[in-house]
Design a protein around this ligand. Structure first.
Ligand code: COA
Ligand code: ZN
Length: 304
């Protein structure tokens, strides 16, 4: 099989996972999970979003979460990533010394309106202004939500995704992330979208973010790897989902991705034992169901 020698796994449970938990998560639980995930060997972790607390109440303590986890991330060599939708979020990220900003724009007009109350064109204008003003202070990456399917039925054209990615690279982004926000992709769709993007931009500049709504995220991961892609986001415990996308369910679980990659001989640098401990912490302290395959096996073992 055509597989990469190694894969970069980027952990997003503390942002994508926690944002979709309806019951409040205690501050201490968030901090404990992030500190444990930091020990697992991830080089980058999306730990919070700086967004309107009315839009995402779970992120109301994002500033404090960063303050209380920054040392653990530094000690373990983990770069911090924060999702932001506007200037206020960028300023908070810069002030707190976040390493990288995820700025999200949906390819779908309707989803962008639901998510950030702007048209994609307005978001693109704002992104340009933010990079021009803050690009020398902090690294930006562009995340294209709904790149593999729109929950409101809009047709997503590959050429439009390419155009938006090109826009991000032209502004100086080193990477663009392609998100299957509601898990509508399949291996054929992944191939049809990603082949031309890889040809134009190179696999080293593209990150995949796959949700497992229909159980296809691991198949999609494998299809993407066979195309040469090697940067994947995932969430411990399989938590996740966008509250503004009907039908959104969890991200592909980090422990399931890790298991698949390890079994296939692909290096990740992630410690299965430390990730296991993080999943157990999530299970005990986060009021949301764990939906990964590996977590079922964990039940039969003791968490050292
Ligand atoms: N950090 C903290 N608070 C923020 C904020 C930020 N980055 N941006 C806005 N706010 C606050 C404002 O101060 C305002 O508070 P107030 O009503 O107490 O004065 C409130 O949020 C609304 O702000 P406004 O600028 O009017 O924005 P809006 O209501 O048009 O919403 C967004 C636009 C983009 C701020 C909002 O839709 C949002 O945060 N979306 C994020 C969605 C998301 O995270 N989705 C999942 C990830 S893809
Ligand atoms: Zn997501």
């Amino acid at each position: 099989m055509n597989l990469p020698k190694s894969v970069e796994m980027i952990e997003v449970c503390p942002r994508d996972g926690f944002q979709n938990v309806h019951e409040p998560i205690t501050h201490d639980a968030k901090v404990a999970v992030i500190r444990q995930l930091a020990k697992a060997g991830f080089k980058r972790m999306e730990i919070v979003s700086f967004v309107s607390p009315k839009a995402i109440p779970q992120m109301a303590d994002a500033r404090e979460v960063v303050e209380d986890t920054q040392q653990a991330l530094r000690d373990n060599g983990v770069e911090s990533v924060a999702l932001v939708p506007n200037q206020r979020g960028v300023e908070t990220a810069v002030e707190l010394g976040i390493n990288e900003i995820t700025y999200v724009i949906s390819v779908s007009e309707k989803h962008n309106m639901a998510n950030v109350r702007r048209t994609p064109a307005e978001s693109m204008e704002q992104f340009k202004a933010l990079i021009e003003e803050y690009g020398h202070k902090i690294r930006f990456r562009l995340a294209l939500a709904t790149a593999l399917g729109c929950p409101f039925g809009e047709v997503i054209r590959t050429e439009r995704v390419a155009e938006m990615a090109r826009f991000g690279f032209d502004l100086g982004c080193k990477e663009v992330m392609l998100a299957d926000t509601v898990g509508m992709a399949n291996p054929v769709r992944v191939t049809n979208l990603m082949e031309p993007l890889i040809r134009e931009f190179g696999a080293d500049r593209l990150i995949m973010h796959l949700h497992d709504t229909r159980g296809l995220a691991l198949a999609n991961t494998l299809a993407a790897m066979q195309l040469g892609l090697y940067k994947f986001e995932s969430a411990a415990g399989g938590l996740g989902g966008c509250p503004f996308a009907p039908g959104a369910a969890g991200n592909v679980a980090s422990e399931d991705v890790l298991n698949m990659l390890t079994e296939m001989g692909v290096e990740t640098g992630i410690s299965g034992d430390e990730l296991h401990k993080a999943v157990m912490l999530i299970k005990e302290n986060i009021p949301a169901p764990i939906v990964s395959h590996m977590a079922h096996l964990y039940k039969q073992t003791t968490c050292a």
